[in-house]
Design a protein around this ligand. Structure first.
Ligand SMILES: NC(=O)c1ccc[n+]([C@@H]2O[C@H](COP(=O)([O-])OP(=O)(O)OC[C@H]3O[C@@H](n4cnc5c(N)ncnc54)[C@H](O)[C@@H]3O)[C@@H](O)[C@H]2O)c1
Length: 272
């Protein structure tokens, strides 16, 4: 009888999925393709036992978003343009309907018009500045407004940032200013949401070859330089970012909020 009980318990654990996120509902926003950081985070969260929901911008991204959820029972993919309030509302409604609650939200979304990532920062246009901040920063606030109420058992919100928020990287331009705003947004949201046990953090990733990164002229140079200079002498692997996202969403990070966690092989500590 005692053996049966132990076996039953083991089966139950397997049903819930084993790992740091067993049974947690994890929403990952910003899958563009298989190279997206969001894709690696989704894979890591599912491997850690999370129940996965992913979002993608448009039809071009749908196929890869659907590939990410394939063969994961109960996983869902939703289209969501963060510039459209009605699409954000529909996403929150669908998450409530399909999952009942949310435990972890990952925001892996950024955009700046190509013209803003060339030449001098001085020439930033009003519209380029507005769009970069609206898509890359305000969308985190808009997502938190709608998803925090679904975090009925506490939760974790994580966004993706880059060292260009603190240091000047040629041609990263307005995106660096947007990332500085994003990191401040993380702290203000963390202060507001702490009482309901919702934690808000950022991962500052080293350069990774993705669609967004290829849009930054000189990215290859940044990538090479960071790898050469980083204490660990290695490039940032999206799977390492995935592992950090799993940690921040897990109960192990229960006392961590308002933080920026660097996953960059230590590059940010170097002076020269
Ligand atoms: N790749 C890097 O080197 C690196 C380093 C540090 C931080 N980051 C950050 O990681 C995050 C993910 O970028 P990535 O490198 O995986 O590139 P990516 O191109 O795969 O992801 C960017 C995502 O933003 C989405 N997006 C853009 N406009 C949108 C809109 N209006 N509505 C909804 N989604 C929209 C795109 O569809 C895409 O899914 C970004 O915040 C980026 O700044 C990237």
């Amino acid at each position: 009888m005692a053996t049966e009980t132990r076996e039953q318990a083991q089966t139950e654990v397997q049903d819930q999925g084993q790992g740091a996120l067993a049974g947690k509902v994890c929403v990952v926003m910003g899958v563009q393709n298989r190279w997206s950081i969001a894709y690696a985070i989704g894979e890591a969260m599912a491997a850690a036992g999370g129940r996965l929901a992913v979002t993608y911008l448009d039809d071009r991204a749908r196929r890869d978003a659907e590939a990410l959820i394939a063969d994961r029972p109960g996983a869902k993919a939703y289209a969501c343009n963060v510039e459209a309030d009605e699409e954000m509302d529909a996403l929150a409604e669908a998450l409530g309907r399909d999952f009942g609650r949310v435990d972890a939200l990952v925001h892996s979304i950024a955009f700046a018009p190509a013209a803003e990532l060339q030449g001098r920062f001085l020439n930033t246009s009003r519209e380029g500045f507005r769009l970069a901040h609206s898509i890359s920063v305000y969308s985190l606030i808009a997502a938190a407004q709608r998803v925090a109420p679904l975090m009925t058992e506490g939760g974790s919100i994580t966004t993706l940032t880059y060292l260009g928020s603190e240091r000047v990287f040629p041609r990263y331009n307005v995106m660096g200013v947007a990332k500085a705003s994003l990191e401040a947004t993380v702290r203000y949201l963390a202060a507001d949401l702490g009482e309901q046990r919702v934690r808000v953090n950022a991962i500052s990733a080293g350069p990774i070859k993705t669609a967004a990164a290829r849009g930054i002229p000189g990215f290859t140079e940044m990538y090479k330089y960071a790898t050469e200079r980083a204490p660990l002498k290695m490039q940032t692997d999206p799977a390492q970012v995935g592992a950090a996202a799993v940690f921040l969403a897990s109960d192990g990070a229960a006392a961590i909020t308002g933080e920026t966690l660097y996953v960059d092989s230590g590059y940010h500590i170097m002076g020269m």
